[in-house]
Write a protein that binds this ligand. Structure first.
Ligand code: ADP
Length: 503
């Protein structure tokens, strides 16, 4: 059954925001799109229209990139001290803190995730990220380097490095964590002194537009942050092919990631960082604490309705505990109440769109046709909204689509294994390498397996633990570069070596 009665209406502040005209933020002003068009934003829990937003296109991207270039080269931003930049970022975080509930409601209505989850995770994580990056602004340092040039005997040099901002950055983000992805992108770019054109996902543009209002209120100079709403094939493609963009930071599907790389290569060889798909293995060793591993396995796949690039979608369990763990995860799935993001009892909301619902159900059908069985779930929800039941699959084999491809929904395939060597090989048998987890009470086993898993993040006895200080990104086709942590700062700066001859 899907919850619906008793769903509260949005607060006055949220409703007021939704009812506004949603334009593009370019050069410090909210402007109408050159296309003259807008598009509807749907609440995925009932397919109702909650807002209309401007449809930015090529010309709007051009205007936004010009504004970002001006702000980078000659606006007040480029002469601002690192301390002033840090203070502005911190101020933005303070302003966000005054609107936590409003942001949570916007995410619940636009993306479908439970408001309580957005309020406990998405919004505080976004605020934290800005504060963490605000601190970095004043700590971006070069080094001094001793040089001795063999063909210039006796000459004396003083050499040092400067870390300079990359420049105008295009950022393209997805719909699964709309506000948090905006923060992951904007935080390090602002800390390093870059200027930005942010292209938000067409499914979920609203929280970034609200953030844009706070960016204005915080007092960032015009053109430092430009926000363009619009579609991937038009606005997104125009940004990734733009000759005056110095870097693209992209989070989304591996297919689109490849298009971004191609566009960069065919134009100005802009730098590219990518955070792409995953098919993460979650490995429960025989000596694991089984109750916490069961709870962790359920969280790994059902958090955010499985719409996480880190989703623990392949669950490997030692044969001796397989039945117990599968039953335990299925029990957890049965307890989850499906409902609108705004309903206080909702444990899992709808998927973000009809397209995603059809896609996930297409994977389920493919799995069943190939012989997989659902221990629990396996169907779309009986509602106008885009619900899919939390699902545990068994009886899969390694060549099935449900094992090889990213489903991006609440669907886990549980697979038994007999020994550690075998499970490490199977876990690594994927084109992806974003995240992985291992559950064990034996620390040597856990560390050994953690070393051998080919993934940018490995969790031991936990899952989906994120922090602004931890570098996040993928091995293999899960991406290029890292977000968050110090590594993100490196990827928004470039190193200049300066050598001075001392006379
Ligand atoms: P998903 O399949 O999860 O929706 P996508 O990779 O399609 O993920 O989308 C992630 C982001 O990439 C969105 O902001 C979308 O508009 C954008 N996008 C989609 N296609 C392109 C493209 N051809 N060029 C640039 N950006 C794109």
């Amino acid at each position: 059954m899907i919850l619906s009665t008793g769903t509260p209406t949005p607060s006055h502040a949220t409703q007021k925001f939704l009812d506004q005209e949603h334009r593009l933020l370019i050069d410090g002003h909210w402007v109408a799109p050159a296309t003259g068009k807008s598009f509807e934003i749907k609440n995925p829990s009932d397919n109702s229209t909650i807002a209309h937003v401007a449809e930015g296109g090529q010309e709007d991207i051009n205007r936004a990139v010009s504004a970002a270039r001006r702000a980078f080269e000659s606006g007040p931003w480029h002469t601002m001290t690192a301390s002033e930049r840090g203070k502005l970022i911190w101020k933005l975080a303070d302003l966000m803190e005054q609107h936590i509930e409003e942001f949570a409601e916007i995410e619940a209505l636009d993306n479908g995730k439970p408001k309580a989850v957005a309020q406990a995770a998405d919004v505080p994580l976004a605020i934290d990220l800005f504060r963490y990056m605000a601190g970095w602004a004043t700590k971006i340092e070069g080094t001094t380097i001793p040089v001795s040039v063999p063909y210039l005997p006796g000459a004396e040099f003083h050499s040092y490095t400067l870390r300079e901002p990359v420049g105008v950055v295009g950022q393209i983000i997805p719909w699964n964590f709309p506000l948090l992805m905006a923060a992951w992108k904007l935080g390090p770019a602002l800390a390093t002194g870059c200027t930005i054109v942010l292209k938000v996902a067409e499914e979920t543009p609203l929280s970034a537009l609200r953030l844009g209002q706070l960016i204005q209120e915080a007092g960032f100079p015009p053109g430092v942050v430009n926000i363009v709403t619009g579609f991937g094939e038009t606005a997104g493609a125009a940004l990734s092919a733009h000759p005056d963009v110095d870097k693209i930071a992209f989070t989304g599907s591996t297919e689109v990631g490849k298009l971004i790389v191609k566009a960069a290569g065919e134009t100005n060889l802009k730098k590219v960082t990518l955070e792409l798909g995953g098919k993460s293995p979650n490995v429960i060793l025989p000596d694991a604490d089984i109750p916490s591993a069961i709870a962790g396995a359920a969280n790994a796949i059902f958090f955010n309705h499985g719409q996480c690039c880190t989703a623990g979608s392949r669950l490997f369990v030692h044969r001796s505990q397989f039945d117990q763990v599968v039953e335990g995860v299925a029990e957890e799935a049965k307890k989850i109440k499906l409902g609108p993001g705004m309903h206080p009892d909702t444990g899992m909301g709808p998927l973000v769109s009809q397209i995603q619902q059809d896609r996930v159900c297409g994977y389920l059908d493919a799995g069943f046709n190939e012989g997989a069985q659902a221990v629990v779930g396996g169907k779309r929800g009986d509602s106008e909204g885009f619900f899919v039941e939390p699902t545990v699959l068994v009886d899969t084999h390694p060549n099935m689509k449900v094992i090889r491809e990213e489903i991006f929904g609440p669907v886990v395939a549980a697979v038994p294994f007999d020994d550690i060597e075998e499970v490490v090989q199977t876990a690594n048998n994927t084109i992806y390498g974003l995240a992985a987890a291992v559950w064990s009470k034996d620390i040597s086993h856990a560390h050994r397996v953690a070393r051998r898993l080919k993934a940018g993040t490995v969790w031991v006895n936990c899952y989906n633990v994120f922090d602004a200080s931890l570098p996040f990104g993928g091995y293999k086709q899960s991406g290029w570069g890292r977000e968050m942590g110090h590594e993100a700062i490196n990827l928004y700066t470039q190193t200049k070596a300066v050598t001075v001859q001392l006379s």
